[in-house]
Design a protein around this ligand. Sequence first.
Ligand SMILES: Cc1ncc(COP(=O)(O)O)c(C=O)c1O
Length: 378
Amino acid sequence: MASEPFRVPRSRAHLTHASMREDITRALDSIVYGDLRGVHDLRDRFEAEFAAAVGQTHAVGVTSGTVGLFLALKACGIGPGDEVITVGNSDISTTAAVHHCGAVCVLCDVLESDYTLDTSRVAALISPRTKAILPVDLHGHPADVKALRALADAHGLLIVEDAALAVGAHDHGRPVGAFADAAVFSFAPFKPLGGAGTGAVVVTSDEAVAERLRLLVGYGHTPGATGRPVGHQHYIAEGYNVPLDTLQAAVLLVKLPHLPEWTARRQAIAQAYRRGLADTGVLTPTFRPESAPTFRSYCVRAPNQGSLYHQLREAGVEVVLHYTPPAYQHPVYTLPLAGSDRLAVTDQLATELICLPVSPELTDDDIAWTLDVIHAAL
Ligand SMILES: Cc1ncc(COP(=O)(O)O)c(C=O)c1O
């Protein structure tokens, strides 16, 4: 096996997978060497178990979070001419999904505390064209979607939550996504529940949204009596062919029951970082009392972002500068996105944030090493 390039890597998911080798191999065997009739059953099972795990009625597996966001917006009826209020400090997938629907992003600033949408600023951005709000649970931190729900209902808006990084996080005692019309979770590697490749799921408890999602994911084909296309073909929409791959579903089915223990370990690592960084000048995130985040990584604010980043990497700690620069500053956006001139907090955070490794396989020694490097650098 190739030696680990970092002393403290972002993830050692391969060790977790190795510890589940027998179960994963058995699940994959049944697909690759089975008679194909059972192929879809595994995806159906995963979708049902995932929906139950996050307290939703429906989960529709898709190839990636990027596709999931696009289809969730489309299934909610977002189209050309519509405005969607979202943040500027997310992955390009978030803004791209809005634009792929033909809609327009209106960017809102974020909170200094947990880096999520500043809900107090949303009302001022609502126009007659606003159709939806797209909050992002950045780094695994729940956006205050319960507060947004009241605002959305008062203005007849939909909420599509980008929970790509937040599998395992809770808010107000419920899994994230509970207050949205649809939410998207990603299973790409390095996410809190990573598969062995790309994958994602859109969850909803709205029957009509789920039906449109399934239609779009599966060619626009009406499902047969068994829930799968059977017999002759009957298309009622021009859809896509982007279901969650069954091999990923098989791996994720084995991993899903372990999510609570992994989330707890992520939270414990975050606490250790928080305690270790007290009084250092590095600012750690703070959360609403109802918010129970998970941690894809632990993102702290450092006054000397560039030099700390390099020192940590040179010392073998795989830190990352996620979403720096923010999405709206990338060359793809040749014209400024609406609202991008009023993102003082977003702009400031982009010059400060450093994402420290969090992964259930990291040891206390890994965390101590990372903290020692930071203390020495400061
Ligand atoms: C906040 C956020 N949303 C959406 C995505 C897209 O997910 P995927 O990589 O599964 O397409 C990502 C990917 O990192 C992300 O960070």
